[in-house]
Write a protein of this length. Structure first.
Length: 192
């Protein structure tokens, strides 16, 4: 039932028809799927697919962010900055663990689009939220001030957007992951 029909059937305008209340949720899920199909069908070429898949693999298990933090801590000679790099490593690892806890609680399955198989493999069939987005935005927040923030957030965005492009996450998985990662990093205790 569409919203107009639901409004037309309701005699008491203060109490909308229950079908009307369900419509936004259905349309939000449909919009999410349409965005995924758009990402999965636009801007693709064999070369672009290989480049995006390779770049996306760098974000598996937050590897690129953990290496960046460990390298920063190892090579940065300033003791205060070394502590901040190590704090960033803890934030990234913590965000990855928190993401996994949410995934096994929500248990949303990865997208399946008829005729559009995923362009990369995944470590699990759980989709919500995106661990790439969670750990990337946690890292960008944690390492800002130690490395250029535009480069950090650019890399975080690229890793996050790669997931719907490759067909392994819904856009809402990515958006929620970005928010979750930022919240975790912003609430993490300061260095002592």
């Amino acid at each position: 039932m569409n919203a107009r029909a639901a409004l037309g059937r309701s005699r008491d305008h203060r109490r909308p028809d229950p079908g009307l209340l369900q419509s936004p949720a259905v349309s939000a899920l449909d919009f999410d799927r349409r965005l995924l199909v758009f990402a999965r069908t636009h801007g693709h070429s064999p070369l672009a697919d290989r480049v995006v898949a390779t770049g996306s693999r760098l974000g598996e298990h937050a590897a690129c962010w953990l290496v960046l933090g460990a390298g920063g801590a190892l090579f940065d000679g300033h003791d205060g900055r070394r502590r901040r790099w190590l704090r960033g490593v803890r934030i990234v690892a913590g965000s990855y663990v928190c993401n996994y806890a949410v995934k096994v609680t929500v248990r949303r399955h990865r997208p399946e689009l008829p005729g559009l198989p995923p362009l990369t493999s995944t470590v699990s069939q759980l989709s919500f939220p995106s661990a790439h987005a969670t750990s990337s935005f946690a890292a960008a927040y944690a390492y800002r001030g130690l490395a250029p923030a535009p480069a950090l957030y650019g890399a975080a965005l690229a890793l996050a957007v790669s997931r719907p492009y490759l067909g392994v996450h819904y856009p809402t998985d990515v958006a929620t992951g970005a928010v979750l990662g930022t919240l975790i990093a912003s609430r993490w205790p300061a260095c002592r």
